[in-house]
Ligand binder design. Structure first.
Ligand code: AMP
Length: 396
């Protein structure tokens, strides 16, 4: 059985074709600049040469057609006919309160997704475009929607409710949803395997530290709290997002700087985070390089970033009444030795003892604490595509 996994953004489409018998990636790639001049597809079938196809793509349907052509191409393809694709798994960002699990996509699901678009105006519309395009091109292939929010639907009300007038939750569904759920779930499952324990017996904190970043408290395999909220802006400081701030800053800034709500959204989402503090970059590699050249603001950006992660670890350990392991994943969590070291420094009181030799590692599954560390710290590369493919297979 082969599953095609699609992750559609507003102008991009990432894909992987996975053989579910072996869970091997048969081909992967990305279509970029969809609907913009200069669009192209970067495609690579496992064991074959990478190709770049420069071709105009006015919309997601055109992009999916080119991707499918790549997959069945005799020279750089991975399958001999589209009939080999048994199902398509779509990453969908926001499932609202309706979807606590992945679902087989039908007209009713699509209608509900349209409703959820209001909650994720940047993400859900392109996800839906991808779903509609696939439906037209592969009408007989079942499709599954896998939601970033679904895993966090197990949060108790005391975690997801904001201290706002309750009517606003009822009227607009203003509450914490949480994101990166597929990643948090995947790394938690891997961690349990690596520790040789059942998820049922573990209190875990998963740190997804990528361009966007979030932390989740996972007790007995269920998400009980997470740092992103109503939108992916809350919580940790990120590459360009501010994360937690005093909400009164927003109205103050609107008045002082004469900002519209759009200006403010842009400031908090695109100009803040470590980019905003450092003035250097949103990429931690650039910031770490600037720090080594003595850039004070870059150093301050990292200190703010690390402290926020540490604060959430402390809070979630308290919330769960204990902690068995902390898991680091995504771009920064998997690759930055410094980040793991700095975040875990001073957490000995939680039973965490980092082994700096073991921690000097990038991008592979490993335990980075000393053998006598009572709380373990793990590096687990995330694999959202595989998780989406597994859920798709399970449903069909
Ligand atoms: P992701 O969103 O998971 O792809 O993560 C992307 C981010 O990970 C980049 O913006 C970088 O800031 C960070 N990153 C990736 N590789 C490294 C590295 N070797 N050292 C430090 N940060 C890294």
């Amino acid at each position: 059985m082969k599953v095609l996994v699609l992750n559609c953004g507003s102008s991009s489409l990432k894909y992987q074709l996975i053989n579910m018998e072996t869970e091997a990636v048969l081909a992967k790639g990305v279509a970029e600049r969809i609907g913009i001049a200069g669009s192209f597809v970067k495609h690579e079938a496992t064991g074959k040469e990478k190709v770049i196809i420069d071709e105009a793509m006015d919309n997601h349907k055109a992009a999916i057609k080119i991707v499918l052509d790549c997959l069945v191409n005799k020279v750089h393809g991975a399958i001999s006919s589209m009939d080999e694709i048994s199902a398509v798994g779509h990453r969908v960002v926001h499932g609202g309160e309706k979807f606590a699990e992945s679902v087989i996509i039908n007209d009713e699901v699509k209608a509900t997704l349209e409703e959820c678009s209001e909650l994720a105006p940047l993400h859900n519309p392109p996800n839906l475009m991808g779903i509609n395009a696939c439906e037209e091109i592969l009408p007989n292939v079942p499709m599954v929607g896998v939601f970033d929010t679904a895993f966090h639907q197990t949060m108790p009300k005391s975690s997801f409710l904001y201290a706002l007038p309750y009517e606003l939750y009822e009227k607009y569904k203003i509450r914490r949803y949480g994101f990166h759920g597929t990643s948090h779930k995947y790394v938690a499952m891997r961690a349990a395997d690596m520790l040789g324990k059942s998820l049922e017996d573990l209190k875990l904190i998963t740190c997804h530290l990528g361009n966007g970043a979030s932390i989740a408290a996972i007790n007995k395999g269920k998400s009980v709290d997470t740092s992103m909220g109503f939108t992916p802006l809350e919580g940790l400081a990120m590459g360009t997002r501010c994360g937690d701030i005093d909400p009164a800053i927003t109205t103050y800034l609107m008045e002082k700087e004469n900002l519209t709500s759009g200006d403010l959204n842009n400031l908090m989402n695109k100009k803040s985070g470590v980019l905003g503090i450092s003035g250097v970059s949103s990429d931690f590699r650039d910031i770490e390089a600037a720090v080594s050249e003595g850039n004070e603001r870059a150093n301050m950006a990292l200190e703010v970033y690390y402290k926020r992660v540490k604060k959430y670890i402390g809070a979630y350990a308290a919330e769960m009444g204990g902690l068995d392991a902390v898991i680091f994943t995504a771009g920064l969590g998997e690759n930055s030795v410094e980040t793991r070291q700095a975040v875990c420094e001073g957490l000995e009181f939680l039973g965490i003892k980092i082994d700096s030799d073991k921690n000097n590692v990038r991008g592979k599954e490993t335990i980075v604490t000393t053998d006598d560390s009572t709380t373990k710290v793990l590096l687990v590369p995330t694999n959202e595509e595989l998780m989406i493919a597994r859920e798709t297979k399970a449903l069909i």
